[in-house]
Design a protein around this ligand. Structure first.
Ligand code: RIB
Length: 311
């Protein structure tokens, strides 16, 4: 059966929302220096929200579990989720500011991000446990590290108890709670996060290092490698590399999230990991050719084309 004819995957994202404030600049300032920027954009971001939006573009049924503040960013984020077709039943509001992310993007498309979590850190263990207990059908649960880890850990434990596939994007890197790692089926770091996950801080430069880290984590591991694509460890403890389509990057912000959202859809559709990784690479590559975070993601039409092209 073609992927396009299968039941849409049911995906739950337990994670963050941010409003991205992106300054495009020829080069980032040094300490104590002021530089003149080229342009600015305000857009929807947050690793959780980005991954939810990417999954939704593929036609997945996506539910977001999150907490927003009572400010204008909370209002606009909620409206954006609705426009993106994302179920917001489990998005709470609390007094105070929503999450924001000042971002600098330099001429080569590379970025530097500061996340100020605001209401994201008001998410609680009872909130996610109660939400998950009400959601009967879940194929894949996705989490990141922009909410408190004990909250993600509780969600992953509840998912594992139900046999739901769990994907952890350990970003931004922080040492993982054993309870969270134990209940993560798939862990998807980028190169920086990979080095954080390794006790000796090694980069994913060789197959041996990647396998060693996967064995230590005791989970399925996919490492995103930017323009080099991605590598994952298969069931026989071999590294499989997937090249990224050649593109000219103008803004890499949110590319890793495009990968994770697409990969989650692939697993939810029952794809083999290789095919899910290919879908992730294709989605991330397209996103870096455009400015912005969610605004750079493949449209629904483009996502369907990517789905039909991946083999
Ligand atoms: O991964 C990119 C995202 O990181 C941005 O959208 C920003 O909000 C931060 O969460």
């Amino acid at each position: 059966m073609s992927a396009l004819n299968r039941r849409p995957p049911e995906i739950v994202v337990v994670g963050s929302t941010m409003t991205d404030m992106i300054a495009y600049v020829t080069r980032a300032p040094n300490s104590g220096e002021t530089v003149i920027g080229d342009s600015f954009s305000l857009g929807f971001g947050g690793k959780g929200a980005n991954q939810a939006v990417m999954s939704s573009r593929f036609g997945a049924k996506v539910k977001m579990i999150n907490t927003l503040g009572d400010d204008v960013f909370g209002e606009t984020t909620l409206k954006n989720f609705k426009e993106q077709g994302i179920d917001t039943t489990y998005v709470n509001r609390v007094p105070g500011p929503s999450g924001v992310a000042p971002i600098w993007v330099e001429a080569d498309g590379s970025n530097r991000i500061i996340c100020v979590p605001g209401a994201n850190f008001a998410m609680t263990v009872p909130q996610v446990q109660s939400a998950l207990s009400e959601i009967s059908e879940i194929d894949v649960l996705v989490g990141q590290l922009e909410i408190r880890q004990e909250v993600s850990a509780a969600a992953f434990a509840a998912a594992r108890a139900r046999g739901i596939t769990t994907i952890l994007n350990p970003a931004p890197f922080a040492p993982l709670l054993p309870e969270l790692l134990k209940n993560s089926d798939w862990v998807i770091p980028n190169e920086t996060e990979f080095a954080g996950l390794d006790k000796s801080g090694r980069a994913p430069d060789s197959d041996d290092v990647i396998i060693d880290v996967a064995r230590n984590l005791n989970c399925r591991l996919v490492v995103t490698l930017g323009e080099k694509g991605a590598a994952y460890v298969d069931r026989d403890w071999k590294v499989v590399r997937v090249a990224a389509p050649k593109v000219t990057a103008i803004d890499t912000t949110g590319a890793g999230d495009a990968f994770v959202g697409a990969f989650a859809v692939g697993l939810g559709l029952g794809f083999e990991p290789l095919k899910a990784v290919k879908l992730g690479c294709a989605s991330a590559s397209l996103s870096v050719t455009r400015k912005g975070t969610q605004s750079s993601y493949p449209s629904k039409q483009e996502a369907l084309e990517l789905l039909s092209q991946v083999d």
